[in-house]
Structures are given as structure tokens and as C-alpha cells.
Design a protein around this ligand. Structure first.
Ligand SMILES: Cc1cc2nc3c(=O)[nH]c(=O)nc-3n(C[C@H](O)[C@H](O)[C@H](O)COP(=O)(O)O)c2cc1C
Length: 373
């Protein structure tokens, strides 16, 4: 342990330029790095990590980035009204290392979405995504999310309005259907109505959402996955950039879907087993990236948590994303127990991590999260 919290291997190449807090960038269309000049830009990345409330926050995204520099990451869904009236730096701030990064907005008011899009572009996001897939009651009360699949013309208007204020790719995440609009042809009608407004990508969750009777959680497992509908959509709309989402949990599945569609979005599996992202990095992006060891990941996270703690953020909000780091490996249980205990705001992060690693064998710490194929 002495070694692991003191020496960060630079070989892992997890440190990238501009590794600092993001605020409004200079340019209105993705400043603070490579300028997106319209077209699909980062939105065309072959693999992404899904927007997930309470999970895909900036702390998780920092961790995910250590496993894969190239995967496109999404924020949690953010309400445009919150962007307009809330604490913008808390809602939209991020570190440059998280890029390529897409902001997901959930709303149905064109003026609010436009204003939020403008503000988000100033923060340096690479893509703005509109959520047409969420089935929660709260979201339905606001008449946005998946229920907007019944109003494709309105969705097209929203996309056009958002595009009118930014050069960033504006994209849509939706389902293959909702109750009453469950057939493949209903999906086609939605897509052919929305496409003329120019979304740079359609991310299609390959399940219908049942708005009456199922919880959001059930809506992510009960309706059957219909991958062939998404494959067929790509065949029938060959010019559109189509990303498949839902139930993708292995690198083999990623390859299978990429043979049929343009991109794959991974949600729960990326959160529960981020090592999958290191496999994606190696096999899909084919980059020179050398996957870090788990010890190196802990070291990087230590530095990150201390930085966030200095900015007033309690460490346990980051620890919670790290609980699965040693899943199925020796020492996992003591790691989790020690991390779960470190909830005080001023806790000594290094001491907690030392304690948490005490039961993890050296060879586990030294193992790379994905070996070279
Ligand atoms: C905890 C949780 C929160 C989610 N929050 C959002 C969200 O904010 N916006 C959204 O479009 N989808 C959200 N989703 C759905 C995911 O983006 C994704 O579509 C779904 O989990 C299916 O992909 P998967 O099987 O790879 O997890 C959420 C999923 C989970 C598990």
C-alpha cells in the first residue's frame, strides 16, 4: 500500500491536458478544446455511456474516464429550467478530462430548451441531447420524456429550435415505442417526422416504455428488448446516425451491435463494471491507451477526491461510485466496508483508502483493468 497511494504511473496515460474545472468557455460552440463546427462531431463516437440520474455525475465520469479516454460520456438529465434559475456551475460544471461529453436536457418548452442549450454550449459540452425516453411519473407530469414519442412534430420543433442557437450536434434519445404506439411502423413514423429537423444522432433504447403501470426501473427490464427493430431502422434510414441502447453488457455484444448500427450506448453495465470501458477502449477505439492498474486508479481518484474535498465536496459522494472497483476480486468486501464508512465531510481520504486497501492483495492492485489483446 505504501507504494500505491504515492506513485502514479504516467504510463497509464489517464492524465490529459486541461485537467481542471470547467466553467463557461470562450467559444459559444464547444470551446475549451477542439471546436465543433456543426456536423456530428463527438456525437458520432462509436460507444457512449448512458445518461443515468444519480449515477453519471461528474465524479463517476471522472472515474469512467480513467478506464477509457475516448468513450463519449453523458451527464444525468438536467432540467432546462434548473439551468436557467439554478446554480449553473453545480449543474453544468465539469473537468475538461471528461470530454467528449454530452449534456442531456429533459423538457418540452422550446424557449427554455433554447436558452439552456445556449448556456450549455458556453460551458464547452460536445453535444446536447434531448431526452424522449424517460418514463417516470414526474417527467410525464411535466409532459416530457417518453410521452413526447406521441408528439413527434413537437419533438421535431424542439430539435429545430435547439439547433437554431448552436453549432453543436443536437441529438435525441428515445424508445422504440410507448403504450399504444408499440409497432415498428409507429417507430418509423416518429423517426421520419423528427429526422427533417436535423438531429445528429438518434439513440434508440430497444424497449418500449409502458407509461401506465410500470416504474422507471421496471421499464428498464420488463418490456422485451427488440434489437432487430433498431437494426431495421438503421437499414431503412441509412443516412441517419443510429445508436443502439439497452441491455448491452459485454464487449462481444458491443461488437455484435456495431455490425448493425453506428454506435452503442451502455448504461448499467458501464456503471457496475467500468472495466468494460477499458475493453471498449482497446477493441473499439484501438487506441495506444494502456489500461491502468486498479492501484493506479485508486491513486488518481485519491488526488481527485482531495481536490474536490478542498472545493467543499464530501468524499463519500465519490466513494459510492468506487464501491465496485474490486468486484469479484479478493478484498472486495473490506474495500466496500471501509469506503461506506467514510461519510464525514472532513474525513481523511488517504487514511480511508489505506484502510480500504488493507485487505486487497498486491497482485490485484497491480493487475491492469484490461490486458492488451
Ligand atoms: C439509475 C438510472 C438512471 C437513469 N437516468 C436516465 C436519465 O437521466 N436520462 C435518460 O435518458 N435515461 C436514463 N436512464 C436510462 C439509461 O440511459 C438507459 O437508457 C437504460 O439504462 C438502458 O440501458 P442499459 O441497459 O445499458 O442500462 C437511467 C437508467 C438508470 C439505471
Amino acid at each position: 500500500m505504501k507504494v500505491h497511494l504515492q506513485t502514479v504511473s504516467r504510463r497509464s496515460q489517464v492524465s490529459r491536458a486541461g485537467d481542471h474545472d470547467g466553467g463557461p468557455a470562450a467559444s459559444a460552440d464547444g470551446g475549451g478544446g477542439a471546436r465543433i463546427t456543426g456536423g456530428r462531431g463527438a456525437a458520432a463516437t462509436r460507444v457512449s455511456v448512458a445518461p443515468m440520474m444519480d449515477k453519471s455525475d461528474r465524479d463517476f465520469r471522472y472515474l469512467a474516464r480513467l478506464f477509457s479516454p475516448h468513450t463519449l460520456l453523458y451527464t444525468e438529465m438536467v432540467s432546462p429550467r434548473a439551468v436557467l434559475y439554478g446554480d449553473r456551475d453545480v449543474l453544468l460544471g465539469f473537468e475538461q478530462v471528461e470530454r467528449p461529453l454530452a449534456l442531456q436536457l429533459g423538457g418540452d418548452d422550446a424557449d427554455e430548451l433554447k436558452a439552456a442549450t445556449r448556456i450549455a454550449a458556453d460551458y464547452g459540452y460536445d453535444e446536447i441531447n434531448l431526452n424522449i425516453g424517460c418514463p417516470s411519473d414526474r417527467v410525464q407530469e411535466g409532459r416530457f420524456g417518453a410521452c413526447l414519442m406521441a408528439r413527434p412534430r413537437h419533438v421535431a420543433d424542439l430539435v429545430a429550435e435547439m439547433r437554431s442557437v448552436t453549432n453543436l450536434p443536437v441529438t435525441v434519445k428515445h424508445r422504440i415505442g410507448i403504450d399504444g404506439l408499440e409497432q415498428y411502423q409507429d417507430l418509423v413514423r416518429f423517426v421520419e417526422t423528427v429526422v427533417p429537423s436535423g438531429p445528429a444522432k438518434l439513440t434508440v433504447h430497444a424497449r418500449i416504455a409502458i407509461l401506465k403501470g410500470l416504474s422507471p426501473k421496471e421499464n428498464r427490464s420488463v418490456p422485451p428488448l427488440r434489437y432487430h427493430d433498431v437494426y431495421r431502422l438503421k437499414r431503412e434510414f441509412p443516412k441517419e446516425f443510429i445508436e443502439l441502447n439497452g441491455g448491452v453488457g459485454t464487449i462481444a455484444a458491443v461488437h455484435t451491435h456495431l455490425a448493425e448500427v453506428d454506435a452503442v450506448m451502455i448504461g448499467r453495465a458501464a456503471y457496475d463494471t467500468p472495466k468494460l470501458l477499458a475493453e471498449v477502449e482497446r477493441e473499439v477505439f484501438d487506441s495506444a491507451f494502456v489500461a491502468p492498474t486498479r492501484g493506479e486508479i485508486v491513486e488518481r481518484m485519491l488526488a481527485y477526491i482531495e481536490r474536490r474535498q478542498a472545493a467543499g465536496r464530501p468524499p463519500h459522494t465519490v466513494f459510492r461510485h468506487m464501491l465496485g472497483l474490486f468486484a469479484c476480486l479478493p478484498g472486495s468486501r473490506s474495500w466496500k466496508r471501509a469506503l461506506s464508512g467514510g461519510i464525514a465531510k472532513d474525513v481523511d481520504v488517504k487514511a480511508v483508502l489505506h484502510r480500504a486497501l488493507a485487505g486487497v492483495p498486491r497482485e490485484v492492485l497491480d493487475q491492469r483493468v484490461a490486458s492488451k489483446g
